[in-house]
Design a protein around this ligand. Structure first.
Ligand code: SF4
Length: 347
């Protein structure tokens, strides 16, 4: 019998071709060329994560008691997440309506700056399918591969001309924009990028984590937006930024007509609770519920939780905000989910 294909819940691409082949009664082989998926499935399926307080593994009951103590007397609780499934997003909004929590998205400074530039300048976006079918040049900026390891495969990048930039700063981007506008070859440091962009009929710009140098993120993202509008006078140029919090943004917009704020660079409020795994470089929280425990540097207390799409059925909006994807449970369990544990901790 062919192995059952599964939708991966571990990044906003939500690849639907992961096969999980039983190797023994208790173990499965995760058959996909993606280190992020293998780590996620292995941890979630093995149930190997234990509750933790500071540096010590403890019982879940003890960590839950500590969680309640952390939240007691803190007034409105600040909750951050990189993104959740649909049901969790709805329940978070309900808790926020009851004025018990404030939700924020765990964005990087770079991502938050891009979102702000788009809200001011507007931009042209596209779906994964559009990029795969139509783009002839793909320009990745920042760390796309660790955030969404199979993105290149999903857009058939090997059939396109690909250029890559590390974190962009304002001045090099201004020089590149000048070369494009004046139809000149550019400098030694940017002439290959200039030539590729100038030759594109359909340019897809893909923004990864830290696409812009943090201290210049606002100016750089605004300039990139202007470059894209300029290019669109003579060809098609779009931006694809896969968003792990696409579900939360969609639910908040539908239910409240508002945007979800970002914690990026805002150290005024401490994070009491983080739901799900922290991203590299993100601020510390008092406690983390669910996701992968990355240690005390990221949260003083860790409470493991059921994973949507592994232990429970769920639904999520894909990171390009175009389709809703079912996340089917592989081994349904009665272990509590992160939102159930949060509701329990709030009392
Ligand atoms: S790229 Fe993302 S969704 Fe696809 S298999 Fe890897 S972690 Fe899962």
């Amino acid at each position: 019998m062919p192995p059952t294909l599964h939708v991966c819940p571990f990044c906003p691409l939500h690849c639907d071709d992961v096969s999980l082949e039983p190797s023994s009664e208790a173990e499965r082989i995760v058959n996909v060329q993606c280190a992020k998926a293998i780590t996620g499935y292995t941890k979630a399926l093995s149930g190997s994560q234990s509750a933790r307080i500071a540096d010590s593994a403890v019982t879940t009951a003890l960590a839950s008691k500590q969680a309640k103590e952390i939240l007691a007397g803190n007034g409105v609780i600040h909750v951050a997440t990189t993104g959740t499934d649909l049901d969790t997003a709805r329940r978070l909004n309900q808790l926020q309506r009851e004025n018990r929590i404030r939700i924020a998205v765990d964005d990087s400074i770079s991502t938050a700056a891009w979102r702000a530039a788009v809200s001011r300048e507007g931009t042209l976006s596209a779906t994964l399918g559009d990029v795969r079918r139509h783009a002839d040049v793909v320009w990745t900026i920042g760390d796309v591969d660790s955030e969404t390891p199979r993105l290149r495969e999903r857009i058939s990048a090997d059939t396109k001309e690909c250029i890559q930039s590390n974190s962009l700063a304002a001045e090099p981007l201004a020089e590149l924009f000048y070369a494009i506008r004046t139809d000149t070859p550019g400098s030694d440091s940017n002439k290959l990028t200039v030539a590729s962009i100038a030759s594109a009929n359909y340019l897809a710009v893909i923004l990864g984590r830290n696409a812009f140098v943090a201290s210049e993120a606002a100016a750089t993202s605004e300039m990139l937006s202007k470059l894209l509008w300029y290019l669109n006078k003579t060809r098609r140029a779009i931006v694809l930024k896969l968003d792990a919090a696409a579900t939360n943004r969609a639910v908040t917009a539908w239910q409240t007509n508002r945007l979800v704020p970002s914690v990026a660079g805002d150290l005024r409020h401490e994070i009491h609770v983080r739901l799900g795994s922290p991203e590299v470089g993100t601020g510390a929280a008092k406690m983390q519920i669910g996701g992968i425990d990355r240690g005390r540097k990221f949260a003083e207390v860790f409470l493991p939780a059921a994973t949507m799409g592994i232990d429970r059925d769920g639904v999520a909006v894909r990171g390009d905000a175009t389709v809703t994807i079912p996340l089917a449970a592989i081994c349904p369990s009665r272990e509590l989910t992160a939102i159930e544990l949060l509701e329990q901790s709030l009392g």
